[in-house]
Ligand binder design. Structure first.
Ligand SMILES: [Zn+2]
Length: 162
């Protein structure tokens, strides 16, 4: 299995990581329910790696038996949490597909032609960018602007200092 095929379910107690994983190109469901049974069932049915700070969930039989891959997150700090996931799962930076998933909906982005986004992005962006991607669910547009570059550098930092 290559890294880009990994799928996650992120417990709300480490919810910030869902966005980061999406940014890196992983399918990452954010679990906001209260029932442990539901997060465990989804992880099992959809073969998702479970990320949580909840020790109680880790004692579930399906997890102890290894039917669900999971990472018990140790730190309260986001940077340390991401580093733990990278090192535990041995995520290779070269296998990431940054900015291919909608950060809001967790849907895979589709390429858009410049013409179709013409009236939907600021004129400066239209003039300076050639490639756009669109979320099929919320129709949010993504392009490689300054925000994107800033995020890319932030993402790189997680590996460079690991
Ligand atoms: Zn979306």
């Amino acid at each position: 299995m290559i890294d880009a095929e990994l799928k996650f379910i992120v417990d709300h107690n480490v919810g910030k990581m869902a966005k980061w994983l999406r940014m890196a190109g992983f399918d990452a469901l954010l679990f906001t329910g209260a029932e442990d049974d539901a997060i465990v069932a989804t992880a099992l049915n959809e073969k998702r790696i479970l990320l949580t700070r909840d020790r109680r969930i880790m004692k579930r039989r399906v997890i102890v038996a290894g039917h669900i891959k999971s990472v018990l997150i140790e730190s309260d700090h986001f940077t340390a949490q991401v580093r733990q996931v990278i090192s535990t799962l041995k995520l290779d930076k070269s296998c990431l597909r940054p900015f291919t998933i909608c950060l809001e909906c967790n849907r895979r982005l589709q390429g858009s032609t410049k013409e179709t986004v013409k009236d939907r992005v600021p004129p400066y962006v239209f003039l300076t960018q050639e490639q756009f991607s669109e979320c099929p669910a919320c129709h949010r547009l993504y392009w490689q602007g300054t925000h994107w570059q800033f995020m890319s550098r932030k993402m790189d930092a997680f590996w460079n200092c690991a």
